[in-house]
Write a protein that binds this ligand. Structure first.
Ligand code: MN
Length: 736
């Protein structure tokens, strides 16, 4: 079994200045918490983190990575939480462990094969630091190497995930060796029969293939020496089983037809010129297959791979591939971004090193981005925060249903967006949400990896203020649609009641009118509307006056005969007229924000005055009733938040007059009423009526109704009255 001292020795050799104490502490912590746990093989669990740390040390990664390797499964598999890790090891290691734990949770959750694409994106979304990728790949590699003790189903699942997610990431990062090993191990576990058959076929040819390779290598060596062309090493290889298998399947060919079943690889000293020199020698010895030549040196692959590839026809007509590359190109081909640590880094902590790490982070980000669907905005990539930090998904978050289905949402989404993304009915009946098992407000912002559970109640309905925290268009459209539906239902109700009231004034049986479907339909059609409901809605929205509907119902003659306005004219008293007036005025004076043509009325309880802050409440039968924001009734109405609408005063073209009643308390002496009405008249304000009485405690009480334009005007009136000698108090009646 591997020992921590072996790991430490490697780190000390590669990085003389490394903080070895950190690694020792991480080891002790990991040993303590994994104590008693066993791997499927029966070995102590600790072997796994130790091997991972060893592979990381081998890759010459820093002590933080090696320590994280030791700790990477502690949060996932023991009772230790992230806070404890932070307490012992600080923020940097905590962030790395957190990333690794989240990735582990994703693969536990996602069992649906078809989600591979999404899961890969989620995993990438969790990678916020270059080192997280490398540690995760090494973790996966060790698990793949030691999976023979697991049950077949589990081996298949993990292997499939490796093929879908980790091998492509390794490939993108140019880590050829890692990718090959992951793929071959996965292939072996997912398709054991195919693997065995193909391995047998290749093995049967192996002596022959290896003999060919030896001959080829010998010829190359001789000819290079003859021509004085420098080289470092000549390698021969038989094609890997997984890539051979894929090729056979895809091209439906036999193994004999595979051009690159065997390949020779020539590693040259640094300097691309050497590669072309070698190439010319090779093409001099054997005949190249024209369309099989690739120059990945002049135009590197986008994962930084550089090499010359050529296929030639050997003696006896057998084709084989020759790869030519320099030593450093070879490192990149094998190790990809990990070569950065292994071969490039000379001194640690130097400024040069910081710069190269910066460069590395940019490279990794560039390499991984093609695995991400939505690429970043240019401006986003300018503002890098910390070394090694990655943000591959600035625009999206990846979340889960409790069943493990991945839901991709724009960043800033709330549980409501999630609910509507599942199904509009789930959204409509949503009453709450749990994130990672905890109840949260509906306006919470979802984070990558959150498991979201939506709580629904059968008859629950969307609420108007949901629009404040749903950001996806699907959710917003549904909520808006629902609000307008609801408004329509309400306005049908309101319209019907208003029409009933109007009919009552004409001494018509309301039922007779409204239940007369044929007549209602006829009138609706006259307005260009289809059904009676549309007519009621139009009345409710304030677009159609109930009076006009009655005119159409009764015909001009009958209407004039029954018109209550004419009948009542003679006996209207001044006070009543005042009340009538302000109801009549309400209709156009107030704008309801965001909604057109809603019927509005001033609330009687507070009689809001132009200039005062107001709020609207959808009241059945009255349309929108407008209250003063400070009215004591508003607080109670707030219980039905979804019926509150924002309203504001319309800009009026002409000054509108509103009646306000005032109660003036005075000393009990003669001439008070005259003094007050005089003061009011002096500031050119109309008086609708005024009366005086004496209270039981011997004060003068003067009730006066004045006609004002707005709040400012009223304030002026009040202060004029207050200046009259003998006046003690002025109070607004019918108001707050
Ligand atoms: Mn692990």
């Amino acid at each position: 079994m591997i020992r921590i001292e072996d790991v430490i020795e490697k780190v000390e050799r590669n990085r003389p200045n490394a903080d070895i104490d950190l690694i020792r502490r991480a080891y002790l912590f990991s040993a303590l918490h994994h104590k008693g746990q066993k791997r499927a093989s029966g070995e102590p669990y600790l072997v796994h983190p130790l091997e991972v740390a060893d592979l990381l040390a081998e890759m010459r990664l820093d002590e933080v990575s090696v320590s994280t390797g030791l700790l990477h499964d502690v949060v996932e598999d023991t009772l230790v939480d992230l806070d404890t890790i932070r307490e012992y090891f600080g923020d940097e290691i905590t962030l790395l462990v957190d990333g690794l734990t989240k990735i582990a949770q994703i693969s536990n959750l996602s069992k649906e094969r078809q989600q591979a694409e999404n899961v890969r994106k989620m995993v990438l979304a969790m990678i916020t630091d270059v080192r997280v990728v490398l540690i995760k790949l090494v973790d996966r590699l060790h698990n793949m190497r030691t999976m023979q003790y697991l049950k077949p189903e589990k081996r298949v699942r993990i292997s499939q995930e490796t093929l879908d997610i980790y091998a492509p990431i390794a490939h993108r990062l140019g880590m050829g060796k890692m990718r090959s090993e992951l793929e071959d191990l996965a292939f072996q576990n997912i398709y054991p029969e195919d693997y065995k058959r193909l391995a047998k076929e290749v093995d049967a040819r192996r002596p022959e293939l290896e003999a060919s390779l030896d001959r080829i290598k010998k010829v190359i060596e001789e000819r290079l020496k003859e021509n004085d062309v420098p080289y470092v090493e000549i390698q021969g290889r038989v094609k890997r089983l997984y890539s051979l298998w894929k090729k056979l399947k895809k091209q439906k060919i036999a193994i004999e037809q595979v051009y690159d079943l065997i390949a020779a690889r020539i590693i040259t000293p640094v300097g691309r010129k050497n590669c072309y020199l070698v190439l010319s020698v090779i093409h001099d010895v054997w005949t190249p297959v024209p369309e099989r030549f690739r120059d990945w040196i002049a135009i590197p692959r986008d994962n930084l791979y550089q090499s010359l590839h050529t296929s030639v026809v050997g003696d006896g007509g057998q084709a084989f591939e020759v790869q030519i590359r320099t030593v450093d190109m070879h490192h990149i081909a094998e190790e990809g971004v990990a070569a950065h640590w292994k071969y490039k880094e000379a001194k640690l902590g130097s400024k040069e090193d910081d710069e190269s790490i910066d460069e590395l982070r940019n490279t990794v980000e560039k390499l991984l981005l093609p695995l991400v669907e939505n690429s970043k905005d240019e401006e986003d990539s300018v503002d890098f925060v910390e070394t090694l930090k990655l943000d591959l998904f600035p625009k999206d978050v990846y979340t889960f249903t409790p069943m493990g289905k991945v839901i991709q949402l724009p960043r800033g989404s709330s549980p409501l967006d999630f609910a509507y993304a599942i199904h509009s009915e789930v959204g409509d009946t949503c009453t709450g949400a749990k994130i990672n098992g905890r109840i949260v407000p509906l306006k919470s912002e979802l984070q990558n990896g959150d498991v979201v559970e939506i709580l629904t109640t059968a008859n629950s309905k969307p609420s108007r203020d949901w629009l404040n925290y749903a950001i996806t268009s699907k959710a917003r459209n549904r909520i808006r649609h629902w609000i307008s539906e609801q408004q329509r239902t309400e306005s049908i109700d309101i319209g019907r009641k208003l029409l009933e009231k109007e009919a009552d004034k004409f001494r018509l049986s309301p039922k007779k009118l409204i239940n007369n479907d044929g007549e209602m339909k006829r009138i609706a059609n006259e307005y260009g509307l289809g059904r009676p409901e549309d007519l009621f809605a139009s009345i409710g929205y304030g677009k159609t006056l109930p009076r006009n509907v009655l005119a159409k119902f009764l015909g001009a003659e009958k209407f004039a005969e029954l018109d209550p306005e004419k009948r009542a004219h003679s006996r209207i008293e001044s006070g009543m007229k005042a009340v009538k007036k302000f109801i009549g005025m309400g209709e156009d004076a107030i704008i309801v924000r965001g909604v057109d043509n809603l019927l509005t009325n001033r609330a009687r309880c507070c009689n809001p005055l132009r200039g005062e802050e107001i709020i609207g409440y959808i009241s059945l039968g009255k349309g929108i009733v407008v209250h003063n924001k400070r009215c004591k009734n508003v607080k109670q109405l707030m219980v039905n938040r979804d019926r509150i609408v924002e309203v504001e005063w319309a800009l009026s073209e002409k000054d509108e007059i509103q009646s306000v009643r005032l109660m003036v308390t005075t000393e009990n002496r003669t001439g008070m009423l005259a003094g007050i009405t005089n003061a009011i008249a002096e500031i050119k304000t109309g008086i609708r009526d005024a009366s005086a009485s004496v209270s039981r405690d011997d004060k003068g009480l003067i009730e006066v109704t004045v006609e004002v334009f707005d709040k400012k005007h009223l304030d002026k009136v009040v202060s004029a009255i207050e200046k009259v000698p003998g006046v003690r108090a002025v109070e607004r009646i019918n108001a707050i």
